[in-house]
Design a protein around this ligand. Structure first.
Ligand code: ZN
Length: 257
């Protein structure tokens, strides 16, 4: 009987330098909606508009009125079995790098030590005028203490944004450089929960393919790379990634001492 999760376990076990790339789909089972899919908090607002750099610069109080609740939303959820499996693959030394498009911090909470967060993070605030940084707790304290919900830079008084990359904003140089370096070294890339439609992250699997590496994809929907997969899994990630770990455990048990 065909077992795609076993095929994936074997692919990962055979890798010299496996890299994982995750998108919104890895966190939907934790209750964080993918705003590109129907349902959730984004149904009544246009995230491309309210979450844009233009809105932040023109009307920071409008930006923050929608952005502030995201911190609480992330705090109220927990990592799911897919995040746990990714962290476990790193602990076992099978996966050498984790690249994520998510800003929810759930990979870190699951135990991943150094996720490459190409779309930024909610963990800090930054001033776009003077580059000052503050930790997340300080950022939220300032937002809550201000009359209009906008945290401000103590050095220059400018409105602060979170470390999340906004629509219309450049991706941060350091993480995206690290992501491409990781893809460059990868002989196997596993994509979980990303539809691979947003550049430049969408080109990372092509980097792996170009150097003769193999890719595996686990998503609910289609991706542009479906015809190029060594292993293709469909559906939700949690249960299937837990099965991958089980297969690896069983293989390890059968290995003669
Ligand atoms: Zn400043």
């Amino acid at each position: 009987m065909a077992a795609p999760t076993r095929d994936l376990a074997e692919l990962l076990a055979s890798a010299r330098h496996a890299v994982i790339l995750t998108g919104a789909g890895v966190s939907t089972e934790s209750g964080i909606p993918d705003f590109r899919s129907p349902g959730g908090i984004w149904e009544t607002v246009d995230p491309m508009e309210v979450g844009s750099l233009t809105t932040f610069l023109r009307t920071p109080e409008r930006f923050w009125s929608f952005h502030r609740p995201r911190f609480d939303a992330v705090d109220s959820v927990a990592p799911n079995p897919a995040h746990m499996a990714v962290a476990e693959l790193e602990r076992r030394g099978i996966v050498k790098a984790l690249i994520t498009q998510n800003i929810d911090g759930l990979h870190r909470r699951a135990g991943s030590t150094d996720p490459i967060e190409v779309h930024g993070t909610l963990d800090r605030g930054v001033c776009l005028r003077c580059d000052a940084y503050v930790a997340r707790d300080e950022l939220l304290a300032r937002a809550d203490a201000s009359g209009d919900g906008v945290p401000r830079c103590s050095a220059c008084g400018f409105a602060m944004k979170s470390g999340v990359v906004l629509f219309g904003e450049q991706l941060p140089y350091e993480p995206i450089t690290r992501a491409f370096a990781a893809a460059d070294r990868a002989d196997v890339m596993l994509v979980i929960g990303s539809s691979l439609l947003v550049t430049p992250v969408s080109t990372l699997p092509q980097v792996v393919l170009n150097s003769g590496g193999r890719i595996a994809i686990l998503t609910e929907g289609d991706t542009p790379y479906d015809a190029h997969c060594a292993v293709r899994l469909r559906g939700k990630a949690g249960q299937q990634m837990a099965e991958v770990i089980d297969h690896l455990d069983r293989t390890a048990d059968q290995t003669p001492a």
